[in-house]
Design a protein around this ligand. Structure first.
Ligand SMILES: O=C(O)c1ccccc1NCC(=O)[C@H](O)[C@H](O)COP(=O)(O)O
Length: 394
């Protein structure tokens, strides 16, 4: 009962905060509509009125349009960070910079934070890097082009269905086996890395689904790996393990053969999770929404339509791993809400032994996401038997 109250109290607090954040939310939405959903090159569609207000002459040049666009983009960034911070999200979308030249916006924004613009932790560094990467990719391939490519994407497979089926078959948590060459916390995990061979070994060893890291800079992964695994005829549905900050990436993942994507609550505000989950449903993808602490779990449980929640035992900022995190977040009323909503919970990271698997299963997970302990084995398929303490191959 106490826990119910605590969850309700959290929700109420969030609502109260939201009334303050409402202004941001409305502005954010209207900016999204007016700027973000347009191609960055489409400068002609900015209302000349907004520019007139900022200049004394009536002549509007191409440069004026571009400057106005820069200002709006900068303001959107500020709104995004403010909104995220109001939900307890520490990760900022990009490094803090002062406002563009000649900025005449709200006073509080003119006092832009010129503070230290080194990332606060590795997750923030990854996000800042991803933001640059995605901007470039979007310029090369705008959303409209990408959406057309969806028609040629391989058919989507049922990620959730595969987890259910495997759990019923083995009576153990279904395995999402990760194709992971390296990581910021562990460096290179496997030198002779052949993504297709590893994926095939996982499938043979009884994995229900696979997770394929696509980030190049920090994990030495790639979309090419995802595509290769898909084209090699591996039947396990594929999770695109990426740091998603923009809906564009979801469509991109689908064109490369993904059946599911990862949405990280430490990075994405509620509104983004809601919006991105809807996009996933529209194009048939499953969304694995990842949380690490109580606050993130409560936020995610408050969002309609979430079917798959991952509890990461690794703190992505500090790399600390503690598998009791899974148990902790499933205790009491949170676990009750999860059962009522019929959400599948995935225990993620730091799982090495049959007793680790038993521990998280006992805590209530129906699936586990495992990388390091199996990818490092000579035969990653046999590594699965070692992890579960028995052969779970189909
Ligand atoms: O693994 C990292 O070092 C890492 C660092 C920063 C952000 C994410 C990171 N990993 C993503 C994951 O959570 C894991 O790849 C996944 O859960 C599997 O974990 P493990 O079984 O411990 O390899």
């Amino acid at each position: 009962m106490e826990a119910t109250t605590s969850i309700r109290a959290t929700t109420t607090r969030v609502c109260v905060m939201n009334s303050t954040a409402l202004k941001f939310k409305q502005n954010y939405l209207s900016f999204r509509k007016s700027v973000l959903l347009r191609s960055p090159m489409d400068t002609k569609s900015i209302s000349p009125n907004s520019i007139r207000a900022q200049q004394s002459t009536a002549t509007i040049t191409e440069t004026d349009y571009k400057n106005a666009l820069k200002i709006k983009e900068w303001e959107v960034g500020k709104f995004q960070d403010e909104l995220a911070a109001s939900q307890g999200i520490k990760i900022r979308r990009r490094p803090p910079t002062g406002p563009p030249l000649n900025y005449v916006g709200p006073f509080e924004f003119r006092l832009a934070n010129e503070d230290d613009n080194t990332p606060r932790d590795i997750l923030e560094e990854i996000v800042w890097n991803k933001d640059k990467e995605v901007s470039l990719l979007k310029e090369r391939k705008p959303l409209a082009t990408l959406k057309k490519e969806l028609e040629n994407a391989p058919p989507v497979r049922d990620f959730l269905g595969a987890l259910h089926k495997s759990h019923l078959r083995t009576g153990l948590p279904a395995l999402i086996a990760e194709v992971k060459k390296a990581s910021p916390s562990r460096g290179v995990l496997r030198k002779d890395f052949d993504p297709v061979k590893i994926a095939q070994a996982y499938e043979k060893g009884g994995a229900a689904c696979l997770s394929v890291l696509t980030d190049e800079k920090y994990f030495q992964g790639s979309f090419e790996n995802l595509e290769k695994i898909r084209n090699a005829g591996v039947k396990c549905p594929l999770l695109c393990k990426e740091f998603i900050i923009d809906a564009w990436q979801i469509y991109y993942a689908r064109t490369k053969g993904a059946d599911a994507v990862l949405l990280i609550a430490a990075v994405l505000p509620d509104l983004d999770i809601q919006y991105m989950t809807k996009i996933c449903k529209t194009i048939g993808l499953a969304a694995l929404v990842e949380v690490h602490d109580e606050k993130e779990m409560d936020r995610v449980l408050g969002i309609e339509g979430i079917e798959l929640v991952g509890i990461n035992n690794r703190n992505l900022g500090t790399f600390e791993v503690d598998i009791s995190n899974t148990r902790h977040l499933l205790e009491g009323e949170r676990g009750e809400v999860i059962r009522q909503k019929d959400i599948i919970v995935v225990g993620e990271s730091g799982l090495f032994t049959p007793s680790d698997i038993a521990y998280v299963q006992d805590a209530g997970v129906k699936a586990v996401l495992v990388g390091e302990s199996i990818v490092k084995q000579d035969d990653p398929g046999k590594g699965i038997s070692g992890l579960f303490g028995k052969d779970i191959s189909p």
